[in-house]
Design a protein. Structure first.
Length: 68
């Protein structure tokens, strides 16, 4: 499996008919990490845009609204 994964094969490991893990090449894993970082960057930019648009609230107010 590992030799084949190095050449691009992908394997899904199941438990009780549910996928729980995967064996993929290092290249595939690196690509997934790049995609994840881009998604995180997009979310951060959207959060900053929301702050620009709506502003922020004081920390004490946020804690009170969250019941902290």
């Amino acid at each position: 499996m590992v030799k084949r994964a190095r050449k691009g094969a992908r394997y899904l490991i199941h438990k009780h008919n549910k996928g729980i893990a995967a064996i993929v090449s290092v290249e595939d894993l690196a690509l997934l990490e790049v995609i994840e970082r881009r998604r995180d960057l997009k979310a951060a930019r959207q959060a900053l845009e929301e702050i620009e648009r709506a502003g922020t609230i004081p920390w004490d107010q946020a804690k009170a609204e969250l019941g902290l």
